[in-house]
Design a protein around this ligand. Sequence first.
Ligand SMILES: NC(=O)c1ccc[n+]([C@@H]2O[C@H](COP(=O)([O-])OP(=O)(O)OC[C@H]3O[C@@H](n4cnc5c(N)ncnc54)[C@H](OP(=O)(O)O)[C@@H]3O)[C@@H](O)[C@H]2O)c1
Length: 364
Amino acid sequence: MKKYKVAIVGATGMVGREFIKVLEQRDFPASSLQLLASNRSIGRKLLVKNKEIEVQETVPESFKGIDIALFSAGAEISRYFSPIAAQSGAVVVDNSSAFRMVNSVPLVVPEINPEDISRHRGIIANPNCSTIQMVVAIYPLHQVNPIKRIIATTYQAVSGTGSAAVDELTTQAKQVLDGQNTIPHVYPHQIAFNVLPEIDVFLDNGYTKEEWKMVEETKKIMHADDIAISATCARVPVYTGHSMAVNLEFSQPMSPDEARRILAQAPGVKVVDEPVISLYPQPWSVAGTDEVFVGRIRVDTSHPNGLVMWIVADNLRKGAALNTVQIAEELIEREWVHPREAANERTRAIVNSDDNPLQQRRGD
Ligand SMILES: NC(=O)c1ccc[n+]([C@@H]2O[C@H](COP(=O)([O-])OP(=O)(O)OC[C@H]3O[C@@H](n4cnc5c(N)ncnc54)[C@H](OP(=O)(O)O)[C@@H]3O)[C@@H](O)[C@H]2O)c1
């Protein structure tokens, strides 16, 4: 079996370390693994298959000879280094928001639109964590009975913000229990024992950028521009595992039993739905797993064609690292890791086109 030279940008971060775990667990066909981060991590060593690998600073030369580069170091780093990596001949799978809404960049959830990967020009985008888990759960239903409207409310874990936020929750929780004052650094307010209805920056329309990502990315992944979507995203004091309540309006009525039957067969989905014995998905039990868990499926009594459900997934795995590695696996399986020259051609096209992401400073 052919093996590939792989680089991870942001290898020391929450998602980067999960990349390493997922690559190991899935026995990804890597002939070498290059661990890249900022100059703060030079000399740091990470364990990969029981061997220590030294982390290196990310520089333009880092991508020489690399076949597949997995990026998770924030949008600014992706905007700068992804085109360089792609021009060096690597296929980039990018976990940041930098390229997701660029027309010529596929935005992929392998259970839904793997065929979109074929039109990549050297960069493929991994969607936002909340969007991924929602579309994995609702797309199988949409295929049977087209969805017309979605109302989603999320309860998102602090690991979605990165290592500093996880540390902040621990520190603040101890401070509160010790009767001390807390000083927020990562979030605008204390996160311990609190809920913040603010994820990413506020836009002129009153939504946050996280909420707007769910609107735009869902339509792009599902190829469904007509679906009406409204989202409210909140940060909760949970380490790992995003939860969401989702109201769906279908074209025709759908019973909860029919939805359970469809979802029981759906790739990447696990139905956990026995409310009488308090069985439903929770972030604590879902952390560390790969599936998207669905429960509390019931009729939305406010609409004749409505259903409500509760969806939970590990934001670091299916919401980030696992989905990214699955995209890389599809690339390999479908032989879309193209020869170096072809990749250069495609990347030149993206760098020269009107939707060149380097010219779109969108924020993370
Ligand atoms: N966490 C999630 O659930 C999730 C889900 C989807 C998408 N994402 C996205 O993934 C990205 C990273 O998230 P994270 O949670 O892993 O954050 P994190 O824990 O804060 O880690 C950030 C990583 O980026 C690296 N980095 C920072 N500045 C750099 C530079 N100048 N050059 C190269 N590397 C640099 C850091 O390296 P050092 O250690 O050297 O500073 C570290 O490896 C973000 O874009 C985030 O939006 C996260």
